[in-house]
Design a protein around this ligand. Structure first.
Ligand code: PHE
Length: 339
């Protein structure tokens, strides 16, 4: 009898099951009302007194082993089912995937890059920490030039000056130093100016500047290029150029695009004039070409520069420039673009 029970213990220990049914049948076989254990317990009274102790121990062991086995198998099968819940039904529609959105500054920047790349402009980049030569001196802004005050500069170090670039014209200097004409390049990037932060201005913002240098580049080429740009960017082809001043271009102009005055928004955007100022431009000053190792007798060029933040603010009627750098997901997720 003892041997028989011990065999059962070994059997119970070795038992495995694939389904809940198997486990239930196993439970009934050993632990059910009419199960083997009850039979063995009923047998107890027939066992001789000397054997009772050992018999009791072995039957108890069988009971514990069977009970533990049932719990173990149940748990294992439940875990298996949970796992199956995730991967089980392969025909089930997938969980929706949250796709991020591009930052509005990037959307506008990419659109500008796309428009100029279609007429042969490449993209050039440069460092945000600049030296005096690339940000000022090479651009016809020698030391003590009053126009340096036009751009409130963050200095990192003086003598020699190291600063945060105030415009991406510095990239154009680097590009001219390292490339021979014909040059057609646009330089997008972040720039810094020591200005009081408000809804309209920030101490950092973003620019795209453009440069075209070749033989016989004229002001007419500049105007055509700008007109192509405003048509592609805003769907507006009427522009006007107002005389202006930049140390690195001569002549220089401010570019306005005619937005129209049809809606209340047009009225607000253009302060009632219908015109929107979008960028500065001009013919590259011969001094700048010479500073960068380009023969100004042989070559001429035009340059332009615009603020990406300003254009993004206008296009999306965003009330405060600080929203661009607050990283509020509720603001950012409103902008969707394929570019
Ligand atoms: N660098 C000028 C600015 O930051 C913009 C500009 C670029 C003007 C090129 C003319 C030509 O304001």
């Amino acid at each position: 009898m003892l041997e028989k029970i011990k065999q059962h213990i070994a059997e119970v220990e070795a038992f495995t099951a694939n389904t809940k049914e198997d486990v239930e049948n196993f439970r009934i076989k050993y632990l059910g009302k009419k199960g083997l254990l009850n039979d063995f317990f009923a047998e107890f009274k027939n066992v001789s007194n000397e054997q009772k102790k050992e018999f009791g121990q072995v039957v108890n062991k069988l009971k514990n082993t069977a009970e533990e086995k049932v719990e173990l198998l149940k748990d294992a099968l439940e875990n298996k089912e949970e796992a199956k819940g995730v991967y089980g039904d392969l025909s089930r529609p997938g969980e929706p995937i949250e796709i991020g959105s591009r930052h509005p500054i990037s959307i506008v920047k990419n659109k500008i890059i796309d428009i100029f790349s279609r007429i042969g402009f490449n993209v050039s980049e440069g460092p945000e920490i600049e030296d005096d030569w690339h940000n000022f001196t090479a651009l016809n802004l020698p030391e003590y030039h009053p126009a340096r005050d036009m751009q409130d500069t963050f200095f990192i170090q003086t003598n020699p000056d190291v600063l945060l670039r105030t415009h991406t014209s510095s990239v154009q200097v680097r590009y001219m130093e390292n490339n021979k004409p014909p040059i057609r390049t646009i330089s997008p990037g972040r720039v810094y100016r020591n200005e009081a932060i408000s809804a309209r201005s920030h101490c950092f913002f973003h620019q795209v500047e453009g440069l075209y240098v070749d033989k016989g580049v004229s002001f007419a080429d500049l105007k055509q290029t700008l007109q192509y740009f405003t048509t592609e960017m805003f769907g507006k082809s009427k522009i006007r150029l107002r005389p202006s001043y930049f140390p690195f271009t001569e002549p220089s102009a401010e570019v306005d695009v005619y937005w129209g005055l049809e809606t209340e928004t047009d009225y607000k955007m253009t302060k009632g004039t219908g015109w929107l100022e979008i960028m500065g431009c001009g013919m590259v000053d011969p001094n700048v070409l010479e500073n960068c190792g380009i023969d100004s007798e042989e070559y001429s060029g035009f340059a332009f520069g615009m603020g990406i933040d300003r254009i993004a603010l206008l296009l999306h009627q965003i009330p405060d420039i600080r929203m661009f750098s607050e990283n509020d997901i509720r603001f950012l997720e409103q902008f969707k673009s394929s570019l």
